[in-house]
Design a protein around this ligand. Structure first.
Ligand code: SAM
Length: 276
């Protein structure tokens, strides 16, 4: 990692959204009193010249989601130490370094301009490989050994896909990686509808359309709908600061009505063996 500044304007469309989530993690990491610490994200943020203000004010959604992912990966690696972690739509995540498990095999999958930026800006690691292609193009699956265990993350990705694309991707992951896990997050349907009309995050930025939403109650039905999906867990992010700490709000967020109106994080586990 050198110290030259890189122009983030090389990313556009959905690829540019990784600068939004990076900004939110880095700002949270720099915030006094935060439980989220990611010095590499802070450095990366400082290295990329970009009009970050266009994303509006930073918030805690993305750092807390990242902490939830850290917990889920650690739990899986404790059971399957030889497993590979696959980060679909990895953007400028620095999860590998935050985990502090340098021995884990890691596969990054993202669009070519994003993988190029990762190569230029992040430290090279012998256990890390990258596939510069769409997550919907199944070639990344061929690089994995299912017998060793596979943990797939898709942070901030599925909302940009169509429903059929998400469902068939989940089904194929369940079929090809028995005993594996899939971590993904979703937006509620009211928010999906807003993005489809053009959601302005600031005067200078409109978020890309997000056609896929999945309310918590629907995510709970995935095991009954997709062969090989054994369980679906609704993960609450760890407590953050201020409103993100409130026990009352967390209790409300778990109630049957309100839970379908908030963003969600789902952890699927795949059956060890299943017939198709
Ligand atoms: C909101 S960003 C999230 C980035 C990262 N996961 C994070 O949480 O910071 C969405 C990411 O999905 C990537 N992406 C969009 N479509 C993709 C596709 N078809 N295949 C792989 N990655 C894709 C974008 O390039 C971008 O990095």
């Amino acid at each position: 990692m050198t110290d030259d500044k890189i122009d983030g304007a090389a990313l556009d469309g959905v690829a540019a959204t990784c600068l939004w989530t990076l900004r939110n993690r880095a700002e949270e990491s720099m915030h006094p009193g935060s439980a989220f610490h990611d010095p590499l994200a802070e450095r990366l943020y400082g290295r990329i010249d970009y009009d970050y203000e266009r994303f509006g004010k930073p918030n805690q959604t993305h750092p807390l989601r990242a902490l939830a992912l850290d917990v889920a990966i650690r739990a899986y690696l404790d059971l399957h130490p030889a497993a590979t972690v696959v980060a679909l739509g990895e953007g400028l995540q620095t999860t590998y370094w935050r985990l502090g498990r340098p021995g884990v095999d890691w596969l990054s999958v993202d669009l070519p301009p994003v993988i190029d930026l990762r190569r230029r800006l992040l430290p090279r690691e012998p256990r890390m490989a990258a596939v510069p292609a769409s997550a919907l193009d199944r070639t990344w699956m061929d690089a994995l050994d299912p017998a060793r265990g596979v943990f797939i993350s898709a942070e901030g990705l599925f909302m940009y896909f169509e429903r059929d694309q998400v469902m068939s991707l989940i089904a194929e992951c369940a079929a090809r990686f028995p005993g594996g896990r899939l971590f993904f997050d979703s937006i509620p349907t009211w928010f999906r509808n807003r993005t489809m009309k053009g959601y302005r995050m600031s005067a200078r930025y409109t978020a890309p359309p997000m056609p896929f939403s999945l309310p918590v109650s629907e995510a709970a039905r995935l095991p009954a709908q997709i062969p090989g999906v054994a369980t679906a867990e609704d993960l609450q992010p760890p407590p953050g600061r201020k409103a993100w700490r409130s026990r009352t709000l967390r209790k409300i967020a778990a109630l049957p009505g309100p839970r379908d109106l908030r963003p969600s994080i789902t952890l699927l586990s795949f059956a060890a063996h299943h017939g198709r």
